[in-house]
Design a protein around this ligand. Structure first.
Ligand code: KIV
Ligand code: ZN
Length: 542
């Protein structure tokens, strides 16, 4: 039984050992077909390596016949990946198959993925072929792919596995679909993919289609042939349909990280993997995925494609493990299983996030302040709670940074450890940015100078040098004009961090470089005070 996922205790554990479902990742092929998600070769290689570390079984690297560049990138990916199969997509046309095979020449475990559309709509309007002609294409295309198995084996390379997809399968007349797949099996296909190309099917309908194709496989007597699912998300059912197919006997699932892909995307890899893991009791299947890498892969794909992950996206969204309601937070503090069906560590997060807001109670606030290292007296806590509630009425979510600012700035006045004495700065089109600052520290003046990639950067470097705070990192920098017009004062707000402590500061001046220096010094004072507040207190009776 799964030991990490939080079990509700509502269902029985399957007595049989779980069946393996292979994860066929198509982020680099179908995922790249998301509008605007085109990736460079270098980016594809980074993702391919991460997918390999994640433990996917197959990486679909591209569609080599699309262009010479695509062919080269599939070739490169095939040469760096060794643990998983690398697939190249091809139509049944001879040139496509040859291009894919050429691109996979360096693959340790090549897979030829050949497809043709089988629905009436596609055959008539797109392919302009009759069903008989399409069947002939399937026979010829699959046979061509399978012929490389013999030639590679003879040359002692790895023989390719052959996958056949019937594009738009879910809108194909079922009798014809069965004929098509029987033909693919007969000619050497080992994986039969049933794409829901336009995200049209429903779980019970898809279950029926998969069962019927499973019947075709059984009738062929080929025990090494498996069924694959490939679902698009136009009606938001891609994951549900994929799971339905697995429950009906599919043993490969095609999916994309973050659910990216054409139109509304493909089934999301992380959602399928976690559904199989969390509901192993019901589904009885598992994957080889190292789920602790899911968050990392998701971040990389989002960063590379520029496609942001929605906050409420299951598994990898910013709010997927965040709790705001007071009742939920109270339950979570008692026992995480009350509102979490899996632990965040399983997907590579370090902890659940309690998002404090107007629904949060005293218990949640006290708990978070303790976690942040603040040891406050009962009266101080009351004071913070009052201020917190007032802030929560104005601001929807109260983050750690707001809390620390509230504790350090609103409730207590921050003692001045660093005092900005002077700032000199130079920059211009022909002058390298430079700054010199003087800061009074515990009553004594210190001066330092530094260069930077801009005047603000130079002044910040000089301040770090002068105050001995090179470890702090500037996380946020916002600048606003206090009024309209070019004579407006600049208001700078910044956040700095080091060792997990986030500190904020603000500064105002007619000169934005000086406003920035004031904000940075304010943040340093805030930080010094936070460090003081979080120091372990001596025991009362010591
Ligand atoms: O959605 C689809 O039908 C496809 C096939 C090419 C597998 O992506
Ligand atoms: Zn697709």
């Amino acid at each position: 039984m799964d030991t990490e996922s939080h079990s509700s205790g509502a269902t029985k554990v399957s007595p049989r050992s779980p069946q393996l479902v292979r994860i066929f990742d198509t982020t680099l092929r179908d995922g790249e077909q998301s509008p605007g998600a085109t990736m460079t070769l270098d980016e594809k290689l980074r993702i391919a390596r991460k997918l390999e570390a994640l433990g996917v079984d197959v990486i679909e690297a591209g569609f080599p016949a699309a262009s010479q560049g695509e062919l080269e990138s599939v070739r490169e990916i095939a040469s760096v990946v060794s643990e998983c199969e690398v697939a190249g997509l091809c139509r049944t046309r001879e040139q496509d198959i040859e291009a894919s095979w050429q691109a996979l020449s360096a693959a340790k475990k090549p897979r030829l993925h050949v497809f043709i559309a089988t629905s009436k709509l596609h055959m008539e309007h797109k392919l302009k072929l009759t069903p008989v002609q399409v069947l002939e294409e399937v026979r010829r295309g699959v046979k061509h792919c399978a012929s490389f198995a013999g030639s590679r084996a003879a040359a002692s390379g790895s023989a390719p596995s052959v996958e056949f997809s019937a594009e738009d399968a879910t809108r194909t007349e079922l009798g014809f679909l069965k004929e098509v797949f029987a033909c693919a099996i007969e000619n050497g296909a080992k994986v039969l993919n049933i794409p829901d190309t336009v995200g049209y099917t429903m779980p019970n309908e898809y279950t029926h289609i998969v069962s019927e194709i499973l019947g075709v496989v059984k009738a062929s007597g080929k025990t090494d042939v498996i069924i694959s699912t490939h679902c698009h998300n136009d009606l938001g059912l891609a994951v549900a349909n994929s799971i339905a197919a697995i429950m009906a006997g599919a043993r490969q699932v095609e999916c994309c990280v973050n659910g990216i892909g054409e139109r509304a995307g493909n089934a999301a890899l992380e959602e399928i993997v976690m559904a199989l893991k969390v509901r192993k009791d019901l589904i009885g299947c598992d994957t080889r995925i190292n789920t602790r890498e899911l968050m990392n892969v998701s971040k990389l794909v989002s960063q590379v494609t520029g496609l942001a992950v929605a906050a409420s996206k299951p598994i990898v969204g910013r709010n997927a493990f965040a709790h705001e309601s007071g009742i939920h937070q109270h339950g979570m503090l008692r026992d995480r299983r009350t509102y979490e069906i899996m632990v965040p560590e399983e997907i590579g997060l370090t902890e659940s996030r309690m998002v404090l807001g107007k629904h949060s109670g005293r218990a949640a606030l006290t708990n978070r302040l303790n976690e942040l290292g603040y040891r406050l007296s009962g009266a101080q806590l009351e004071q913070v709670f009052e201020r917190f509630k007032r802030l929560a009425d104005r601001k929807k979510s109260i983050y750690d940074e707001d809390l620390t600012a509230l504790v350090a700035d609103d409730v207590f006045s921050v003692p001045v450890r660093f005092e900005l004495v002077s700032v000199e700065s130079r920059s211009g089109t022909q002058i390298a940015p430079w700054a010199r600052v003087t800061v009074r520290i515990d009553g004594e003046e210190h001066t330092a100078e530094a260069g930077g990639n801009g005047p603000v950067n130079a002044v910040v470097q000089a301040l770090k040098e002068c105050t001995g705070t090179r470890e702090v990192h500037m996380d946020e920098y916002h600048i606003d004009a206090l009024s309209g017009g070019s004579d407006a004062q600049g208001k700078v707000a910044i956040a700095i961090s080091a060792d997990g402590i986030v500190s904020r500061g603000q500064g105002t001046d007619m000169d934005v470089v000086i406003a920035s220096a004031k904000a940075f010094v304010a943040a340093l004072n805030h930080r010094a005070y936070q460090l003081e507040l979080t120091k372990p207190q001596p025991a009362a009776n010591a």
